[in-house]
Ligand binder design. Structure first.
Ligand code: RB5
Length: 146
């Protein structure tokens, strides 16, 4: 899979670890984040990853900022994006199985590197279950048409 990874200054170190993991898992990383630890604006990188996923240039995305929240809020403004903040592996699995999240986000100041890697493994290892969940995802998509 092609995976867009975006981050602000707070996620530079963690991105390196996540990139290594994702590549070891056999995926291709599209780095749309900053590689500088100088303070920057997370919406810029949330948007970049979200646009890559929405355009089909990436199959899914991973976003990292201080909390994971700001960057996810930005990503969710892009049509077709369902970005979920995950701080545990159960959520990471369920946001794929139930919500068909096409981007996950987490906070470099919230989860450590090992937890973050487990979150990524849980998300990438999960599959959307469809069925009643598809109906609910469709209802979310309908909200974008208003
Ligand atoms: C940057 O200091 C911080 O606000 C940002 O990384 C993120 O946590 C916002 O939600």
């Amino acid at each position: 899979m092609k995976i867009a990874i975006g981050n602000d200054h707070s996620g530079v170190e963690l991105k390196a670890e996540i990139t290594k993991l994702v590549e070891e898992m056999g995926h291709e990383v599209i780095n749309v984040g900053t590689d500088s630890t100088e303070s920057c604006d997370y919406p810029v990188y949330g948007e970049k990853a979200a646009r890559a996923v929405a355009a089909g240039e990436a199959d899914c995305g991973i976003l990292i900022c201080g909390t994971g929240v700001g960057i996810s809020l930005a990503a969710n403004k892009i049509k077709g994006i369902r970005c979920a903040v995950c701080s545990d592996t159960t959520t990471a699995r369920l946001v794929k199985e139930h919500n068909d999240a096409n981007i996950i986000a987490f906070g470099a100041r919230i989860v450590g590197a090992e937890k973050a890697k487990d979150i990524v493994r849980a998300y990438l290892g999960a599959e959307f279950m469809g069925g009643r969940h598809q109906r609910r995802v469709d209802l979310i998509s309908r909200l974008e048409e208003e």
